[in-house]
Design a protein around this ligand. Sequence first.
Ligand code: AOF
Ligand code: ZN
Length: 388
Amino acid sequence: MNGPQTDIDKTYINVALFTLKQIVGRTFPNPPVVCVIVESSYTLTDHKIVSFGLTSFTGRPHAEANAIESINYKKNKFYTLYSTLEPCSHQGRSESCVSKIISSGFINRVIFCTLDPDKRVNGKGKKKLIDNNVIVDHGIMKNSASKIYEGYFLNRKKKRPKVILKLAISMDGFISFKENIRSKITNRMTNQYSQIIRSEVDGILVGSNTVKVDNCILNCRSPGLKKFSPVRIILNRSLDLCLNLKIFKDCSKQRTIIITQNKDLEKHRKYLNRNIEVRYITPKKYNLRNILEDLSSIGICNLLVEGGAKIFSSFIKENLFDEIFLFRGNFFIGDGGLNAVNSEKNNFLSKKKFSIRESIRFGNDSLEILDSLKKNNQLDSKNVFGNN
Ligand code: AOF
Ligand code: ZN
């Protein structure tokens, strides 16, 4: 029995990858990992899953640790551990997964999709396993895994999260009837789906004007999703948001961060006393690139941007986005509506920046998922907002 992959390996890695998709954004501050342990004969016949482990929803214990914990090993059997990511080798809050695999004394073979780009691991997990006589192979279904790990890889390699812009617009491309007014654009079905999207990201970012005008809460309210509510991030240069806003009600239950360029510690304290984290960036460095780097440093891998127009404009203008979830309600707003994206020159929307990957209907509403062309190097696109 040696390393190279078999059809059986592909089957079990597929099972792990299928599950991996379900836990993206639900393991902050760690990347999601799925681990499957298979018991077989030494010739790999009569194989069956004997344990399944996911990264815990608070990030620890890790997937492999969870899977290893609950097995009754048999002496004459062969054990393969499948993982979607290279098992970690660093001493963290507890023993590394590689140490656990080795000290179990039963795992004969480890198969994983992709090396872990985290500097503390990157290849070291693999080496330690091999040095301890565990058969190792990796690269299996690597492309599928890399797509799911897009946010994590961007975080570790580019020091920024994957950025998803979420917009709800009318048929004629407006996000509101007029400025500083909250407008209901989408139906109930769409709104429920939006809650699922929120539960699949680590962080949700808005500008302070959106918090003031919408008085939004930015959590996951649907049954079963509450615990997956993402970290809330508010961009507020002047640190002037009123503590009576709904978003500040339960900050001990949902991590809430304000990013500001105001360094008045008295003001900071006012928020800290209410469990609101204040992160200061100097006025000189207060730009999206640095804000994303800061968020990446606290473990945000997938970031949902929910507005408003000014914020969307900046992300699009600076090409700092990977996907757009464009929801469209079933009515026209007409003259006086507020553009989804504002710009002094009002021209960058017509630049070819997106391609449509998928269209879904929710009753009379629709959702188009757009990829940034920078990401795919595709050439064809159109002004998807349709109003200029
Ligand atoms: C694994 N299995 O399920 C995950 C891994 O802060 P720590 O000590 O928990 O370590 C976080 C790092 O562990 C993270 O950056 C990544 O390299 C790895 N994540 N590794 O073996 C897992 N989530
Ligand atoms: Zn680990």
